[in-house]
Design a protein around this ligand. Structure first.
Ligand SMILES: N[C@@H](CCC(=O)N[C@@H](CS)C(=O)NCC(=O)O)C(=O)O
Length: 505
């Protein structure tokens, strides 16, 4: 797949059909050949991709085909997310382009069809492919005969509207000439054909239109664009990793309501309190990698980690903790590494390369007794002692904690970050997550540790961007509001006494 180098136009959408519209409507409205190279990110398994492909080829638009194999989950890769953060195809990246508006009646007819098809033909054809091929053949999930019958019946109604309202007695959908509307419609209808449904049988008007479109496109190009979909029913079953990745997306495509349903926990439970820095690292990692998990909140300030139930999961009575079926695990680093291996996270998180991995290990080993301690002490001494316990920390104690923090930050810069983009090299790894979540502890207490450290500040920006701003904010919302916590009650004060003593030493 071509990789994104920055700059230029990106065109994509949260919905593949909208992405298509975005891309193709540029062409519709007067595309001039790009001067900086046009990249089309396509998988010809997808109907809007086929429409874009045919259109570009047919019109001699020069482009680089960047294949994104949906069945291998390549649309979920980090590289592709840079081109289309919504992780859908088609997507387009190009250089200079010219748009010229042209409003004619023919355009209006095309627009009318384009607007209609999203929720009708598009939906029906996609559902049919999922019900007949993607779920039973590729993902090994049976589909009930009732569901299949309902989908076929819906498609039948839609095809009738297609004939009566749009095609009528015209040669093509918008009149005597082929338009984008025809391309979008035919590539859509080839989905059920690919799934083995003879949609043109018993519909002579539709069949004749199909012939006209195919002839106008050219038989060779038409076959080339539809080769993949026509072989889709012979796909090999997906391996379990790919299945796990794709299943929620396939379900949400055919049944939007399912998007609202939390992904099945599949046995993985994460016991977290986002007030805790190692919990935030685990949370960000799991979310960023779309690992389905059930969040079991353990409220540390309420002492929930002292409960007998939690002790069964982690007898050390600390968060984070993990439960995966009968398997339980403590320690954030062990949890992060377990998740990278079990869910085969992209290599950069915990590289296979011996020396690159050793660099990550090195940081993970160092931080426990260095940055971890000084960030925890700073946060408590500057914020939680006064806020929760109403207790002032002696200035000399605080000064010595801040001096130690400063020493650790210097080591972080000089020994680990150096002139690299991330702590263990050019890509983000679990080391960066562990470090950034730690540093947000003093930040939450009002210490501007990045102010006089431009190198560290730039690294923070890179990590935040790699994680995604929304997820970063979400994970840190609790700690950033900790200064507004109400004072501890007597029971909480009692519970916190041993910890408080430890943190003042
Ligand atoms: N080394 C452990 C440390 C875990 C830890 O200390 N967790 C704290 C929250 S940040 C906790 O659960 N504290 C509760 C307590 O000690 O009572 C890890 O990295 O997971």
């Amino acid at each position: 797949m071509g990789s994104y180098q920055g700059g230029g136009l990106h065109c994509c959408s949260s919905d593949p059909a909208l992405g298509l519209l975005c891309s193709v409507s540029l062409a519709l409205r007067g595309w001039s050949a790009p001067t900086m190279g046009l990249e089309l990110y396509l998988d010809l398994l997808s109907q809007p991709c086929r429409a874009v492909y045919i259109f570009a080829k047919k019109n001699g638009i020069p482009f680089e085909l960047c294949s994104v194999d949906l069945r291998k989950g390549q649309h979920l890769s980090d590289v592709f997310a840079q081109v289309n953060p919504r992780q859908k195809v088609p997507a387009l990246k190009g250089g200079d382009f010219i748009l010229t508006e042209r409003t004619t009646q023919a355009c209006a007819h095309v627009d009318e069809y384009l607007a209609w098809q999203h929720t009708t033909l598009r939906r029906n054809c996609l559902r049919l492919l999922c019900h007949k091929v993607m779920l039973p053949v590729y993902l090994g999930e049976p589909v009930s005969p009732e569901m299949l019958t309902a989908t076929l019946a819906e498609l039948d109604v839609t095809l009738q509207v297609f004939e009566d309202k749009f095609l009528q007695n015209k040669a093509f959908l918008a009149g005597p000439h082929i338009s984008l509307a025809d391309l979008i419609a035919i590539t859509e209808l080839m989905h059920p054909v690919g799934a083995g449904c003879q949609v043109f049988e018993g519909r002579p008007k539709l069949a004749a239109w199909h012939q006209r479109v195919e002839a106008a496109v050219g038989e060779v190009l038409f076959q080339e664009a539809h080769e993949v979909i026509l072989k889709a029913k012979d796909s090999q079953p997906a391996d379990p990793t790919i299945k796990r990745k794709l299943m929620p997306r396939v379900l949400s495509m055919i049944h939007p309501a399912l998007i609202l349903t939390p992904a099945p926990a599949m046995g993985l439970q994460l016991y977290l309190d986002l007030l805790s820095q190692p919990c935030r690292a685990v949370y960000i990692f799991a979310k960023k990698n779309c690992i389905p998990f059930e969040l079991r909140t353990v409220d540390l300030l309420k002492g929930q980690h002292y409960s007998d139930d939690f002790a069964q999961v982690n007898p050390l009575r600390k968060v984070p903790a993990l439960k995966d079926g009968d398997f339980t695990l403590a320690e954030s680093v062990a949890i992060l590494l377990y998740l990278t291996r079990k869910y085969e996270a992209p290599d950069h998180w915990y590289p296979q390369d011996l020396q690159a991995r050793a660099r990550v290990d090195e940081y993970l080993a160092w931080q426990h007794t260095a940055l971890r301690t000084s960030c925890t002490r700073t946060m408590w001494q500057k914020m939680l002692f006064p806020v929760l316990l109403g207790q002032r920390v002696p200035p000399e104690t605080l000064a010595s904690t801040l001096a130690e923090l400063d020493r650790c930050l210097q080591l972080l810069e000089d020994k680990f970050l150096k002139d690299q983009d991330f702590l263990s090299g050019p890509h983000i790894s679990v080391a960066d997550l562990v470090a950034i979540t730690e540093l947000m502890h003093p930040v939450s207490a009002g210490c501007d540790i990045f102010k006089s450290r431009p190198k560290l500040a730039a690294w923070r920006q890179r990590v935040e961007a790699a994680v995604g701003e929304d997820l970063f904010q979400e994970a840190h919302a609790v700690i950033m509001k900790a200064k507004d916590l109400p004072p501890a009650d007597t029971a909480m004060k009692e519970r916190l006494k041993p910890l408080a003593q430890l943190l003042l030493q």
